[in-house]
Design a binder for this molecule. Structure first.
Ligand code: AMP
Length: 218
């Protein structure tokens, strides 16, 4: 069985969150999304949430130390034993180095770092217009994926939907810039460690999932 401790990388709006959820369901491994964790902290009004809120709204990156501490605690929990998908982390070379050190100390080996590549021109339209079922988290899009019945989630029947505060035209540019400046250097970092696999994310979601499954195996 191929290993199931992986990093899913890719630009904002590139579909990593959607794909990570699918892999979670398919393989019984857990999606660890630092963006979701931060949004939960903002909603709960914790000290971390208060610190992160303005940075996220500006489309910039939250401090490495905060994120590293958050992940360090999270991977120790029981649900990570079977495997995990890091979604949105690491996002800087410093985070990647901290992750290497942390996993080494815990005696955990990373199996692959997968980049879901999507050109910039496609990302803006994918980000603006997306929304999520507030109950089950299923993702939708005004243009590309409307619920079959307007206002009702296909998956759970929920009728409330949310949009991310940072999914707007002003913030997207800053998020893409942060990605190119700070996160893109991770590709050579993982390439050099023999862990990088790149898949074309600018295709039908199911085709992208099939590619990921062929990397992960049964
Ligand atoms: P995401 O949901 O992954 O798009 O993340 C949303 C926002 O959360 C980002 O624009 C950052 O402000 C913050 N964030 C998420 N993950 C990280 C990370 N690993 N390092 C720094 N900031 C992060």
């Amino acid at each position: 069985m191929a290993g199931k401790r992986l990093i899913l990388m890719g630009p904002p709006g590139g579909g990593k969150g959607t794909q990570a959820k699918r892999l979670q369901d398919r393989y019984g491994i857990v999606q660890l999304s630092t963006g979701d964790m931060l949004r939960a902290a903002v909603k709960a009004g914790t000290a971390l949430g208060q610190e992160a809120n303005a940075v996220m709204d500006a489309g910039k990156l939250v401090s490495d130390d905060l994120i590293i501490a958050m992940i360090n605690e999270r991977v120790d929990l029981e649900d990570c034993k079977n495997g995990f998908i890091l979604d949105g982390f690491p996002r800087t070379v410093r985070q990647a180095e901290a992750l290497d050190k942390m996993l080494k100390e815990k005696g955990i080996k990373l199996d692959s770092a997968i980049e879901v590549a999507v050109p910039d021109a496609r990302l803006i339209e994918r980000i603006i217009g997306r929304f999520t079922c507030a109950k089950c988290g299923e993702g939708y899009h005004d243009k590309f994926k409307q619920p079959k019945k307007a206002g009702v989630c296909d998956m759970c029947g929920g009728t409330e939907f949310t949009r991310r505060a940072d999914d707007n035209a002003e913030t997207v540019g800053a998020r893409l810039k942060a990605y190119h400046d700070q996160t893109a250097p991770l590709m050579p970092y993982y390439q050099g460690r023999g862990l990088l696999k790149v898949i074309d994310g600018d295709r039908d979601m199911d085709v992208v999932t099939a590619d990921l499954e062929s990397i992960l195996g049964t």
